[in-house]
Design a protein around this ligand. Structure first.
Ligand code: EPU
Length: 336
């Protein structure tokens, strides 16, 4: 177990903010985690478990304990003719895991290439991109219930996965489970998902396989999304909102070009990027925080942004979108 005091989280938040935590604790295995969970001091302090910090905004220094899993390992736990079940440690870097699986010829997560973060958070956030959500491949999430100190296994159906959501984000479970491992069921005869139109375009004329899909996804991401190593950001700051059909019909009359994705007969998903762009906010800056020109869902740190700059810009976006479209954007980034 690694324990550091008054530790800078600069390398643990992709906004690149130099925030300090009173304690930073990293555990490498389940034994260490159990020790932590039986430690009285630990429970006397506020604490938060993070992954790579790619979805977080620390509003100031943290006076408690920031916990991070270093649990590694990728192993095949079951294999059948067409499928393979892979168990990965929560601390495995997500994109290394995707690369490893693509290399082995195991399909299902290749469209999720290039997403910053770690395996544990992939399940908590139900990450998704280019027509694929990770919940379609997850069979089990292994956790320690920090209230009982016991190991707990959540089957896919227990995780209540929906768009960018899982039970681990709900009031009843939030902060009460530390994920140790995730099991994914991948396909040895992958059926490629090229539903995302632009992916098809980029692959046009090329051999379509796990490797080329991975390369295409990474090139699309590189073209639109800023690399957090060069320009601090947390990917999509907002979720794409769901609105009811009547609301959508009203907006459609006023804005005939409004893009939309039907969810079911009653609900429609609208790209938040479009709403933000229509409000004229592309490139909008507060202090050193700005709305990214190429993808307005993303707020960037131009170098010396403060958490306040970022939070104020996010509030402005919510206010403007609400005023113009009567839609309440939900933040995807967690404020701490
Ligand atoms: N759009 C605009 N202006 C823009 C960009 C986009 O109007 O400048 C509109 C267009 O209508 C476009 C639509 O938004 O067709 C969708 O844009 P895009 O395909 O870039 O996807 P998104 O809905 O904005 C979501 C995810 C991304 C993921 C992409 C690709 C959310 C919150 N975000 O963005 O995830 O990479 O789809 O599948 O669902 C992330 O979570 O950090 C992330 C980047």
């Amino acid at each position: 177990m690694k324990i550091s005091e008054n530790y800078s989280l600069l390398k643990h938040n992709t906004f690149g903010l130099d925030i300090k935590t009173r304690w930073f604790v990293e555990y490498e295995n389940e034994e260490d985690l159990q020790k932590l969970l039986y430690d009285e001091y630990f429970f006397s302090q506020p604490f938060i478990h993070i992954g790579q910090g790619s979805n977080l905004l620390f509003l100031g220094d943290y006076s408690g304990i920031v916990v991070h899993s270093l649990i590694q390992g990728i192993e095949v736990v079951k294999e059948e003719e067409n499928h393979v079940w892979i168990k990965a440690g929560a601390g495995v870097e997500w994109d290394s895991f995707v690369a490893y699986c693509a290399e082995k010829g195991w399909g299902g997560i290749e469209n999720l290439s290039g997403i910053p973060g770690e395996v544990g958070a992939s399940a908590v956030q139900n990450i998704g991109a280019y027509g694929v959500e990770v919940c379609d491949t997850i069979t089990e999430v292994h956790t320690y219930n920090i209230v009982t100190g016991e190991k707990q296994i959540f089957k896919n159906e227990d995780c209540k996965f929906t768009y960018r959501h899982s039970i681990f984000k709900e009031e009843t479970h939030r902060g009460k489970h530390f994920v140790t491992h995730v099991i994914y069921k991948l396909s040895k005869q992958p059926v490629y998902n090229l539903d995302y139109g632009y992916l098809k375009t980029v692959l046009d004329g090329k051999d379509v396989n796990l490797k080329t899909i991975r390369e295409a996804v990474i090139s699309i991401r590189d073209a639109k999304l800023p690399d957090p190593k060069k320009l601090g950001n947390a990917g999509s700051f907002f979720m794409n909102p769901y609105i009811c059909m009547a609301h959508y019909e009203g907006l459609k009359e006023k804005y005939p070009d409004i893009p939309s994705y039907p969810v079911d007969g009653k609900v429609v998903k609208i790209p938040a990027a479009w709403l933000i762009e229509q409000c004229g906010l592309k490139g909008k800056t507060i202090g050193h925080a700005a709305i990214h020109e190429k993808q307005p869902l993303v707020i960037i740190n131009k170098g010396e942004a403060t958490a306040d700059d970022i939070a104020s810009l996010a509030s402005l976006v919510c206010d403007e979108v609400k005023k113009k479209f009567s839609i309440e954007l939900q933040k995807e980034v967690l404020f701490i």
